[in-house]
Design a protein around this ligand. Sequence first.
Ligand code: APR
Length: 235
Amino acid sequence: MVAISATDRVFVLTGAGVSAESGIPTFRGVNGLWRNYRIEEVASPDAWRHDPRLVWEFYSMRRRVAASATPNPAHLALASLEQKLGERLFLCTQNVDDLHDQAGSIRVVHMHGELFKSRCDTCSRAPFRDTNTYDPPAELPRCDCGGRIRPHICWFGEVPFELDRIFRALDECTVFIAAGTSGVVEPAASFVAHVGGRARTIYVGAEEPANASAFTECHLGKAGEVLPLLADSIQ
Ligand code: APR
């Protein structure tokens, strides 16, 4: 499957396809609609300014779906890979669910934020764990500073989290694996091009991603079936 040497440094990027077998819908596989809203219409600073209640309704729905999901073999395979490789594995996820963490992955970089965290949209209070749902007619949560409490999610038009750390890991990696991501949302879609000819690049997913040509290897299939095989092949 994938021969990893004792000195290889592996960067893994996961997307919604890795959580699909846990019952969490992907964005584009189901044409990315929620109640006839495109994801970009409810996950953006404009949506927040215009209709914070609708935004909280959307994220409350996503919290309920994610809360009833459990890790699938894809998440477990990546947790076991971290056991084998230790700090030679860098796991970066676009997913905001906590299934990698639940599966036992210790070092997970959530570049698009975390569904079960909220933060104040005004003061510099640190993001905090929040599993609450806020559906109409519930009052929207407020910070002591008077600001509104928002989901700790990177919205369209905002800068993803920990990019310095991510690009350092990209520069150091010798193997780049992307799993379950359509390869259309930046900057994650360009990570594979960034590692370019310097690293082996492997895609694992149900269908070819938009950036398929940038990968040296493509393993089509369900993440829950392919990633365990890949992790087992790595000693
Ligand atoms: N196993 C592997 N891949 C799968 C599976 C599966 N069981 N089911 C679906 N897929 C693939 C689809 O073929 C698709 O290529 O997962 C990919 C999911 O693509 P998207 O829905 O676009 O999700 P993702 O690439 O993670 O989206 C990136 O866009 O909406 C924003 O911030 C959001 O993080 C998200 C970002």
